[in-house]
Design a protein around this ligand. Structure first.
Ligand code: GLU
Length: 276
């Protein structure tokens, strides 16, 4: 591999570390070690409503207890920090401005109620659920004027074109039609980014070579690829790991072993027992 491998674990501090998370860490950690690369921890705390104040500390403690140490992170710093999203708002603002120059990014004033009605209507017509484009054609003047008194979000316009392709290491070539993607939200009015925007910007600017994460994020990846492309960032290699499932193929419940590392510790498991 020509470039130094850089991979990351990017937990949202909304609770403690569970077995599924540890599995994602292990793939990243072992991959970094194998290629003599860097393993980075980034805390994705953009969703302030779901934040659990003690969980960042608990995640760090559990990772250390499991002997899965990192090369860069919020607690130890590093050359491409900060490593906590809430400390990177200026960066997202700058990137949003860059994006506004190269893509059609527009203010959307639709209220949650309006969007909900749109969704219901589209669903009753058996159409793809996506933003209907109500604010796409607002003039700059009107948009500026309404921004003074109304709430809004920034959306990126996705014009018609070839399907968006993700070449995933595990899934192979997967594609999504631009029609299905629709104009998606990047940031709220106060420039607080939505998860998928912050996550793509951070992976690009922190020079991740590989993004190894659960396959529940695959659907976000198509939008993220469009952001990378618009900003001229090289896309990382994507590796979407199948989730650990229950025996009947459903979501792993607590009873079936979706335990937190804290629970396992209390039950007497040793770190090597868990990572094995
Ligand atoms: N913060 C995301 C999560 O906890 C991780 C996203 C990613 O790994 O790209 O699910």
């Amino acid at each position: 591999m020509s470039k130094k491998v850089r991979v990351r674990f990017a937990p949202s501090p909304t609770g403690g570390l569970h077995l599924g998370g540890v599995r994602t860490v292990l793939f990243n950690y072992l991959f970094a070690k194998h290629y003599d690369g860097d393993f980075i921890v980034r805390i994705e705390d953009t969703d302030q409503e779901r934040l659990d104040p003690g969980s960042e500390k608990a995640i760090f403690e559990d990772l250390k207890w499991l002997n899965l140490n990192w090369d860069e992170g919020p607690d130890i710093g590093g050359p491409l920090g900060p490593y906590r999203c809430s400390e990177r708002y200026d960066i997202y603002k700058t990137q949003l401005k860059r994006l506004q120059k190269v893509a059609r990014v527009y203010r959307c004033f639709c209220t949650p109620d309006q969007l909900d009605q749109d969704r219901k209507l589209l669903s009753s017509q058996k159409k793809v659920i996506k933003y209907v484009g109500r604010c796409l054609h607002l003039s700059e003047d009107e948009s500026e004027k309404r921004a003074k008194t109304e709430n809004y979000v920034w959306r990126m316009h996705i014009p018609a074109g070839d399907p968006v392709v993700v070449n995933d290491v595990i899934r192979g070539r997967v594609e999504m039609s631009r029609d299905v993607i629709g104009d998606f939200v990047l940031c709220r009015a106060n420039s607080i980014p939505v998860f998928l925007f912050a996550n793509a910007i951070d992976d690009a600017l922190q020079e991740m070579t590989h993004v190894i994460r659960g396959e529940d994020h695959l659907s976000n990846t198509f939008r993220q690829v469009l952001i990378y492309q618009a900003l001229g960032h090289e896309t990382p290699v994507f590796v979407h790991l199948p989730m650990i499932g229950s025996e009947d193929g459903g979501k792993l419940s607590k009873r079936e072993g979706s335990l937190s590392i804290g629970d396992l510790k209390r039950e007497g498991f040793i770190p090597a027992g868990i990572t094995n």
